[in-house]
Design a protein around this ligand. Structure first.
Ligand code: ZN
Length: 79
């Protein structure tokens, strides 16, 4: 079964939209410092950090990293 150009166009658009909304794991980890800092400071979560939070909710791997960062920060504060 071959896709016609209409279907291909729609498919590409769908893929582009998905990429706009969802972060990849490396992108999420890149922003994790900023996200953790904002949470710690009680700052509002906006822009890319909203996408970080959404990614964390969907990705156990990055959630593990996030918990590690939190634990590390806590350990530093307790010293
Ligand atoms: Zn991830």
């Amino acid at each position: 079964m071959a896709l016609n150009s209409d279907q291909v166009g729609r498919l590409l658009k769908m893929i582009q939209q998905t990429q706009e909304v969802e972060l990849t794991c490396p992108e999420c980890l890149d922003e994790l410092d900023k996200y953790t800092q904002s949470i710690q400071d009680g700052m509002p979560i906006d822009g890319v950090l909203i996408r970080v939070r959404e990614h964390l909710e969907a990705c156990p791997c990055c959630t593990g990293q996030y918990n590690l960062v939190l634990e590390t920060l806590k350990a530093i504060e307790e010293q």
